[in-house]
Design a protein around this ligand. Sequence first.
Ligand SMILES: *[C@@H]1O[C@H](CO)[C@@H](O)[C@H](O)[C@H]1NC(C)=O
Ligand SMILES: *[C@@H]1O[C@H](CO)[C@@H](O)[C@H](O)[C@H]1NC(C)=O
Ligand SMILES: *[C@@H]1O[C@H](CO)[C@@H](O)[C@H](O)[C@H]1NC(C)=O
Length: 598
Amino acid sequence: MIGILHLSLLMGALCLASVQAAAPYRLLAPPLDTPWTSKVGTKPWPQHPRPQLRRDAWKSLNGIWTYQPARGADDVANPPQLPLGQEVLIPSCIESGISGIMTMGVTHMWFGTNFTVPSCWDGRRVLLNFEAVDYEATVYVNGAEIGFNRGGYSRFSLDITENIKQGVNELLVFVFDPTDDESIPVGKQTKRLSHIFYTPCSGIWQTVWLENVPNNFITQLDLTADMDGNGRSFTLITAWVAGIVHSRYKTATPVEISVIADTDGNMVSVHKHASDQPFKFNVPSPKLWSPDSPTLYTITVSMGSDQVNSYTGFRSISSGVVDGIQRPLLNGEFIFMFGPLDQGYWPDGLHTPPTPEAMVYDLEVIKGLGMNMDMPSLGIWKTPSEAEQAEFERQLEVMVNEHKSYTGIVSWVIYNEGWGQITKYHPEFAITERIRELDPTRLINAVTGWYDHGAGDFLDNHHYAEPQCGTPWSSLPSSPHDPSRIGFQGEFGGIGLRPADENLWPLQAARDTINQTYEMHTGAASYHYRAHVLLDLLRQQVERFACSGAVYTQMSDVEGEVNGLVTYDRRVVRVNVTQWRQDVRALYAAAEARAGTA
Ligand SMILES: *[C@@H]1O[C@H](CO)[C@@H](O)[C@H](O)[C@H]1NC(C)=O
Ligand SMILES: *[C@@H]1O[C@H](CO)[C@@H](O)[C@H](O)[C@H]1NC(C)=O
Ligand SMILES: *[C@@H]1O[C@H](CO)[C@@H](O)[C@H](O)[C@H]1NC(C)=O
């Protein structure tokens, strides 16, 4: 940083009018790479980033931007000249190799780029959309401060119509990210690396894009599609699409909603309604959605001159008693849920997967083992102050609103293992009620692991390595199963086997913590034996007790944690796939036998 400053002073003195070139982008070798690292390129993530509210007129701003560290918090008032000192790939975490920066400990930073607006967009509004910037972003367009966002995991949108001009526009983003110096939602990011807390992610780590909209436009589309409108009746003759079309002026404007079957492209149902108020309409005999048959229908919505595409799947989620046991129900039937804990971490991109193909690979591994779900973790891990708690709850609502139209999400999880969970009083009760109001169509897991006080639809136990799923006993700090709620094993497993050095995160500090893995094996034979024993124990608990699903730790190794189904670089599948497929099938068979559906 001192070097850059020094150089720019020198250049300034020599030739005031000339613009200094930024240090060119270079993909930096991450500590450990993946099969996709070399495929990152300089036009990453070209897909439309918001498939559930998609217009044709959009333009990605992903690619090479410039970056420089800022001098501190006050620097936000002094936007620098473009280009900044060093090129950077957007989106990325600045701590990652794919960013081209790969630096740690920078809390205040600038990002900048130039953009042009397509000429055919004239006369309509232009939105600048950020899918995620960790943690705070202050945005300037052509020198004017146009917006601010707090929260590293949610999208925000700024109307820049009045700030843009023909030709080249300048965009600057000031980012502040304290990571875990403050009590904010950070997931497992830490500045103090330890066994189960990892390298942080700072900056613009998801897609940035422009969008062209008419004056009054659809700002949000909340969609749910039930099998029967309320999840209670089991006749599959009709189903319902329900939701709200939110518009910019928040006043009732006529909208038309169409449901189209993706398989044959046929219009299934059309409905006319008004924006900004709930609607509900009937769709005759749609094919229902399930993990085994994930049928989706295209939705189009038009409002005035605005038209958007979206999609939904028809399915109902509820909780009900089946053969004497409280169960999660999908389309009215008990479904045993089984999947891996997924930290969403990559050695080359950290929070940003290197490519979309890399992300799909993980999902294919999960499906290939016969699992039917994937659970990401998010949380805070210090007792928050009153203001921090209010901010946590605000961001939680933003996240629920952002994700509530996704068919595949079946429940919301508020707290993980007591992280940031205030225990003087039990805020999870009020938060559960609030989330239920925002989204009455899903189940709520108020507390996954540890300090359960009776809130929410699940009693979710964490126990390593052996599961204690829906059992009448428990190990501290969790409590034994409460039959009025769904018995669930939110975490178990976590057994480890050190991979070859070439597949291992090479940082010594991380390697030094490997022996903190819950259970370490010195060879593959005992590792495979124990994996089978743990899955078989779970099967026995499904047979005997009130076990309705489980999450195995974990998808991949992460840094010094060597307990993944696959190694951190995704080059080695660690588990015995044949054995796992048999063991996972046995879980579903046991669950079906218990529910009388075998
Ligand atoms: C933006 O525009 C300026 C002036 O035209 C140019 O010097 C700079 O290299 C451009 N690009 C970036 C990424 O700053
Ligand atoms: C971890 O445990 C193994 C087996 O006991 C031992 O050989 C190794 O030295 C330990 N490593 C560290 C870093 O403590
Ligand atoms: C994997 O499991 C199958 C089924 O139990 C077994 O036949 C095979 O020998 C195992 N392979 C390894 C490498 O352990």
